[in-house]
Design a protein around this ligand. Structure first.
Ligand SMILES: C[S@@+](CC[C@H](N)C(=O)[O-])C[C@H]1O[C@@H](n2cnc3c(N)ncnc32)[C@H](O)[C@@H]1O
Length: 264
């Protein structure tokens, strides 16, 4: 997996919403979780989230991602190498845990449950967590409808299109998984003419080319429906809710999963 993220890191500047959180989504973390006086654990090194909290420790298993996209350690924040499923902090010691798209980066429902358990374990009794979701529909979308939507200008960014294509082909419960390379194969089948896609949408060919790093990736993403994730989280938290993160393209499928009352 670290190779997958290292390849993505090389074209990070070409990425955008909904893969990267826009300002309104960052505000949702702040308003839903009240982070102004909190020590925050960030899962990953999402640069847009690096300014949240009074102090922050970001945890990522990829030293290349830390070196490549983390905006740098300061007196108030630092990034460390570590596994989210074995967080390097004492139990019941943390005010808040946040993360962006983390649940989709885990390829199995058992891994999602392990992450919920790890987060619940490190949070104080009054601690809270917020994870922005990439949540799929209850039944996969129709590929022909996604193609028509894109060519008619109804998809906000190429990155939204990548997620919409993935959401036509995610596997069954409980995992709702899709190998990343399958997203690239589905894209090729739906949009064999990149120049046409570029002309119809205004997206540059380098941005469309970000799909090509998926082609040889061993990574598996998951796009479980929000109701599934709420139910999975409910085994580890007494208070689970969904909050909207704005009005950017696909925002309705990218809500914040807000977790309180960890079961220790
Ligand atoms: C936060 S996620 C998603 C980022 C972005 N929003 C997206 O969807 O492309 C990406 C990061 O998670 C890290 N990561 C994935 N699984 C991890 C794990 N089990 N422990 C620590 N870091 C992990 C990767 O190294 C990568 O830097």
């Amino acid at each position: 997996m670290t190779d997958h993220w290292n390849t993505i890191r090389r074209h990070w500047q070409l990425l955008g919403p909904p893969l990267r959180p826009p300002a309104e989504a960052v505000e949702a973390y702040e308003s839903e979780l009240d982070l102004s006086k909190a020590h925050v654990i960030l899962l990953g090194v999402t640069p847009e989230l690096a300014g949240l909290g009074t102090t922050m420790t970001a945890v990522d298993e990829s030293s290349d991602m830390i070196a490549g996209i983390w905006p740098g350690d300061t007196a108030f924040r630092k990034a460390i190498n570590g596994d989210w499923l074995d967080l390097p902090v004492p139990n019941a010691s943390v005010d808040a845990v946040i993360g962006d798209g983390c649940l989709s980066a885990l390829g199995l429902s058992t891994a999602r449950r392990a992450l919920f358990a790890a987060i619940a374990g490190v949070l104080r009794t009054d601690g809270r967590a917020g994870l922005r979701l990439f949540a799929g529909p209850e039944t996969p979308d129709d590929p022909a409808a996604v193609r028509a939507l894109a060519l008619s200008g109804g998809v906000s960014t190429f990155h939204e299109l990548k997620w919409r294509i993935a959401m036509t082909a995610t596997g069954d419960a409980p995992d709702h998984a899709i190998p990343v390379r399958t997203i690239a194969e589905r894209f090729d089948a739906l949009f064999p003419d990149r120049n046409e896609l570029s002309a119809r949408t205004g997206w540059g060919l380098p941005t469309i080319g970000t799909i090509d790093v998926y082609r040889n990736s061993p990574a598996i993403y998951t796009f479980a429906p929000a109701t599934t994730l709420v139910s999975e989280a409910g085994a580890y938290f007494g208070d689970v809710r969904i909050a909207l993160t704005g009005s950017y393209g696909l925002a309705e499928r990218c809500p914040l999963l807000v977790l309180r009352a960890p079961r220790h």
